[in-house]
Design a binder for this molecule. Structure first.
Ligand code: SF4
Length: 391
């Protein structure tokens, strides 16, 4: 394919000169690849800005295959932005249950109300107005503007950063401003005036399915002959993110009270809790790993305040691992005597199916409950002291 002079000009930011890249050729190859093999995903059926926005919020930190059924259920329940704005927060969080990162569900709801208040319920199309909406960051704004309104705006998520960093073999640290600006400069130059939404989605799709974090599938990549990281023989060395937040190790200890009919006791976490605020969960605690040795004792003391009587927890009945933002959490549920729970219990409910009871919960709770009866043996050291003996 013939390259024009403008295609190969150097891409520069205020901090660094980027290598020459054939912009038109990259665009053409990507768009062709996307048109031929894009995944069939429910939010791609039309360009309704409401649906584009909902899908983009759901897709943050969650894979498309996981999001698809949640998206369909959510749209069936709240088919328009107005319907979402009118709903109660508990209904929205209930529909969000299982997707994790509940702050996203809350923000979605708050933003829907802001669109109704500021724009009469019609999603704005002006970049400044979209960016001014609460909870709409630069990535989401770029996705909405390009996909729903056909505007030439980049949409830089983690997948796009990775593809661009490899394509241009960017040596800058992307966790720092010059690196960020280099990626943004490249994305701005690359996004074409025609079909910007398809182009942005093609880049994201390439990052999600081909240019994956650990094992990029370069032999099937449509950009392989243009990719500088591949030419250098070290695609997995990019992107460079030296200052990335380190993962923190946390533990979650919880009490599992199960009544004779199989229902479990859930309590609502405080609205200002640092983790999973407002969600229905097993009575339990989240603690840094450093406090693990006293975790069960601490939980027993908390249960005494909650239930008004002394509780001794039994054996571990379910355990799992989970990640919430930068926290890696090891979760263990210990069995408790259901007959020691007062009836009724303020702020507590017995349920066999939180979702159908309209209780917003977390995917961590679902993982724990899924492991009941057959706790996964993770081969990890015990949390806290050996389980207490019953009185
Ligand atoms: S050739 Fe490999 S490293 Fe380069 S963009 Fe394609 S998949 Fe990513």
């Amino acid at each position: 394919m013939k390259r024009t002079k403008s295609d190969t000009r150097s891409i520069e930011s205020s901090h660094t000169a980027l290598p020459e890249l054939p912009l038109s050729e990259i665009r053409q190859r990507l768009l062709k690849w996307y048109a031929r093999g894009r995944r069939d995903l429910p939010w791609r059926l039309d360009q309704d800005p409401y649906k584009v926005w909902v899908s983009e919020i759901m897709l943050q930190q969650t894979r498309a295959e996981v999001v698809a059924p949640y998206f369909e259920r959510f749209i069936a329940r709240f088919p328009t932005l107005g319907a979402l704005a009118e709903a109660r927060e508990a209904e929205v969080l209930s529909a969000w249950s299982g997707l994790g990162y509940y702050s996203r569900g809350r923000r979605l709801h708050a933003t829907a109300r802001a669109v109704v208040a500021r724009h009469g319920g019609a999603f704005p199309a002006l970049p400044a107005e979209v960016r001014a909406l609460p909870g709409v960051g630069p990535y989401t704004a770029g996705a909405i503007l390009s996909i729903a309104f056909g505007q030439r705006e980049p949409a830089i998520d983690g997948n796009v950063r990775r593809v661009l960093a490899r394509l241009a073999a960017l040596e800058q640290d992307l966790s720092r401003r010059p690196g960020e600006e280099a990626v943004r400069g490249l994305a701005e130059r690359l996004v074409p005036p025609q079909a910007p939404g398809d182009f942005n989605q093609a880049l994201m799709e390439l990052g999600a399915t081909v240019c994956t974090p650990r094992s990029p599938r370069c032999p099937i990549c449509p950009l392989r002959s243009l990719c500088r990281a591949l030419a250098l023989g070290r695609p997995a060395d990019f992107p460079r993110e030296l200052g990335r937040t380190k993962k923190e190790e946390w533990i979650h200890v919880a009490a599992l009270f199960r009544d004779p009919s199989g229902r479990v006791l859930l309590v609502q976490r405080p609205a200002d809790a640092r983790l999973l605020p407002g969600l229905w969960h097993l009575p339990g605690l989240f603690l840094p790993q450093a406090e693990a040795s006293q975790a069960v004792r601490t939980l027993e003391r908390e249960l005494r305040s909650l239930l008004g009587r002394r509780i001794r927890l039994g054996q571990a009945v379910a355990e799992t691992t989970h990640q919430i933002t930068f926290r890696r959490i090891r979760a263990v549920a210990y069995g408790g005597d259901a007959s020691s729970v007062p009836d009724p219990l303020q702020h507590g409910v017995w349920t066999s199916d939180p979702r159908s009871d309209g209780l917003p919960t977390s995917s961590l709770l679902q993982k724990l409950l899924a492991g009941l009866g057959a706790p996964r043996q993770l081969g990890l050291p015990a949390i806290g002291p050996a389980p207490s003996q019953p009185d």
